[in-house]
Design a protein around this ligand. Structure first.
Ligand code: ZN
Length: 144
């Protein structure tokens, strides 16, 4: 394993063991549940919206370290952002992991790069995108 792989593993483990924004948000304006049956990952997402801004966001769930650390990273990145910015980070991450495209991640988004190592494993990719797909569902429901 290279030094970079070790570093990435550490980033993932840190988010897995000390998840950011973990728990149930009350009050909340949107609740969305995501599951990845291939791996048994579950994620509950709570968002408090103020107009189109994600004023607060929390998640809880169970599953593998990839799915849960991805949830932690996602909440950290979209908290305080407006819907458009949140969705564009999502699009960038999904493009990088699903299409193997070379995306530029800002310093804030750097933790996401640690998850890109799973792109060779289609089953693990579903773990990594679960939190983002759940976020997308939550924000789209908001439009109804
Ligand atoms: Zn998983």
């Amino acid at each position: 394993m290279s030094l970079r792989d070790d570093l990435y593993k550490e980033v993932i483990l840190d988010h897995y063991e000390n998840p950011r924004n973990y728990g149930v948000l009350n009050p909340y304006s949107i609740h969305e549940r995501g599951v990845n049956p291939l791996c048994g990952d579950e994620l509950e997402l709570y968002l408090l919206m103020k107009e189109d801004i994600v004023e607060n966001i929390m998640f809880s769930g169970k599953g593998c370290s990839i799915s849960q650390s991805s949830g932690s990273m996602m909440t950290e990145l979209v908290k305080g952002k407006n819907k458009g910015d949140a969705l564009s980070i999502m699009a960038k991450f999904k493009k990088a992991i699903l299409e193997d495209s070379n995306e530029n991640f800002s310093e804030d988004e750097a933790d996401l790069e640690s998850l890109l190592g799973v792109k060779k494993y289609p089953v693990r990719v579903k773990c990594a995108v679960l939190a983002w797909n759940t976020l997308e569902q939550a924000l789209k429901e908001r439009e109804l």
